[in-house]
Design a protein around this ligand. Structure first.
Ligand code: NDP
Ligand code: MG
Length: 381
C-alpha cells in the first residue's frame, strides 16, 4: 500500500488525487486537510477513513468533530494542524494541493520528516524555492512535479543520463483572452475570467491562467525544479494544450509529452513514479485536432509574464512580492473589489515599493508577504 497525506483535499487537485486512490485500490489515505469545506471533507473522511484530518478554520473544525463523532478520525485545526498532516508518521508521500504560499511551512515540515513531495502547489517553490530545493536534497526526498507542464518536462527528462538540455519549452494555452486588446481586457468581469478554454481548475489558478501570471509562476517553478537558467526557459503559446511541454537537448532533438487535458495523469505519475499505471479516461486523438499551432506570448497585453521574468532575475524576495501581490489581488478581483487590469498593476506597484532582501529566510518571506498585504491595503482603488 502507498500511504499518502493530502493538503487541500477538497479542491480540484485534491479530489482528483482521491479519484486516483479510488481507482488504483492500493493507496491508503492517512491524513487530509482542507480550509473550511467540512461537508466535502466529511464525505472524504467517511470514504477513505484517514487517521487525521485538519480544518484550518477552528470553528469549522469543532463542527466537524461533532459531525464525525461516530468515527475514529482525529480532527485538528490551524497551521499546527496542517503541519501535523504534512508530517503524519504513517504517510510516505505528501501531496501539496493547497492554493497559495500557505503551503510553504507544511511542505518544509513534510520534507523534514522524510516524505516524498508530490507538488501541485507552485506558489511554494516560487516563494521559497531557495530553501525547499536544498532542504529536499539534504533529506534525500524527491520533489515530484504535479503541475502538468512540469510533469511533462520531468517525463521528457527520463532516460536522460548525463545528456545536457539546451532549453525547456514551456507551453501555455494563452488563456481565454488570447488575442484581446488592453481596452477589451478593461471590460473583463469575474465570470468571463473564470472560463478556461481547456482545463477545469480551482478559481485562483483559472484567473492566473487568464492573466498569464500562472505561466510566470510556472517559469519560476521550472527554474527551481530543473535547475536551468531563465534564458533556457521559453514560453510557447499553444492554444490546443495537446503538447504539455517539451525539452530541447543540445543536439537539437526536442522531446515532448502529449496528452488530453486530464490532471489525473500527472498526479498519478507523481504518486507512482517511476512506474506508469493504467488510467481510465479519454485518450488523445491527434487526428481530431487537424493542426496544432504555436505562437509567441503577448507580453505587452499581458504583462504578468514579463513581470515574472523580472522578479526571478532580481531574485531574493522579489518572487515572493510578485506572488503575494498576485494572491491578494486575485482575491480582491474575485470579490469584485478591483478591476481585472488592476491585478497586474498591483503586482508591478508592489515590486517597485517593497524593500529588497537578498536571501530571505522563512521568516523574511512571511514578513515580505505581510508587507505586500499592507501595501495593497493602501493601494488606491
Ligand atoms: P482549489 O481552489 O480547487 O482547492 C484548494 C484547496 O486548498 C481546497 O481543498 C481548499 O479547502 C484548500 N485550502 C484553502 N485554504 C486552506 C487553508 N487555509 N488550509 C488548508 N487548506 C486550505 O485549488 P486547485 O486544486 O485548483 O489548486 C491547488 C494548487 O495546485 C494551486 O497551487 C494551483 O496553482 C496548483 N495547480 C492546480 C491545477 C489544477 O488543475 N487545478 C493544475 C496545476 C497546478 P476548502 O475547499 O475547504 O476551501
Ligand atoms: Mg500548469
Amino acid at each position: 500500500m502507498k500511504k499518502i497525506a493530502i493538503l487541500g483535499s477538497t479542491g480540484s487537485i485534491g479530489t482528483q488525487t482521491l479519484a486516483i486512490a479510488r481507482e488504483q485500490k492500493d493507496i491508503e489515505v492517512t491524513a487530509l486537510a482542507a480550509g473550511s469545506n467540512i461537508a466535502a471533507l466529511e464525505r472524504q473522511i467517511r470514504e477513505f477513513a484517514p487517521k487525521l484530518a485538519c480544518v484550518y478554520d477552528e470553528e469549522k473544525a469543532k463542527e466537524l468533530r461533532v459531525n464525525i463523532a461516530d468515527l475514529s478520525t482525529e480532527v485538528v485545526s490551524g497551521m499546527e494542524g496542517l503541519l501535523a498532516v504534512a508530517s503524519h508518521p504513517d504517510s510516505e508521500i505528501f501531496v501539496s494541493a493547497v492554493v497559495g504560499m500557505l503551503g510553504v511551512r507544511p511542505t518544509i515540515a513534510a520534507i523534514r520528516s522524510g516524505k516524498k513531495i508530490a507538488l501541485a502547489n507552485k506558489e511554494t517553490l516560487v516563494t521559497a524555492g531557495h530553501l525547499i530545493m536544498p532542504l529536499a536534497k539534504e533529506h534525500g526526498v524527491p520533489i515530484l512535479p504535479v503541475d502538468s507542464e512540469h510533469s511533462a518536462i520531468f517525463q521528457c527528462l527520463q532516460g536522460r543520463e548525463e545528456n545536457r538540455i539546451s532549453k525547456i519549452l514551456l507551453t501555455a494555452s494563452g488563456g481565454p483572452f488570447r488575442g484581446k486588446t488592453r481596452a477589451e481586457l478593461g471590460q473583463i468581469q469575474v465570470e468571463d475570467a473564470l472560463k478556461h478554454p481547456n482545463w477545469s481548475m480551482g478559481k485562483k489558478i483559472t484567473i492566473d491562467s487568464s492573466t498569464l501570471v500562472n505561466k510566470g509562476l510556472e517559469v519560476m517553478e521550472a527554474k527551481w525544479l530543473f535547475d536551468v537558467s531563465l534564458e533556457q526557459i521559453q514560453v510557447v503559446v499553444h492554444p490546443q494544450s495537446v503538447i504539455h511541454s517539451a525539452v530541447e537537448y543540445e543536439d537539437g532533438a526536442v522531446i515532448a509529452q502529449l496528452g488530453t487535458p486530464d490532471m489525473r495523469l500527472p498526479i498519478q505519475y507523481a504518486l507512482y513514479y517511476p512506474k506508469r499505471r493504467p488510467l481510465s479516461g479519454k485518450r488523445l486523438d491527434l487526428c481530431s485536432f487537424g493542426s496544432l499551432t504555436f505562437e509567441q506570448p503577448d507580453t505587452e497585453t499581458f504583462p504578468g509574464l514579463k513581470l515574472a521574468y523580472d522578479a526571478m532575475a532580481r531574485g531574493g524576495n522579489v518572487p515572493t512580492i510578485y506572488n503575494a501581490a498576485n494572491e491578494k489581488a486575485v482575491a480582491l478581483f474575485l470579490d469584485k473589489k478591483i478591476s481585472y487590469l488592476a491585478i497586474t498593476e498591483i503586482i508591478e506597484s508592489c515590486m517597485e515599493q517593497i524593500a529588497y532582501k537578498k536571501h530571505p529566510s522563512l521568516e523574511e518571506i512571511l514578513e515580505t508577504e505581510a508587507l505586500v498585504y499592507e501595501a495593497i491595503e493602501r493601494y488606491d482603488r
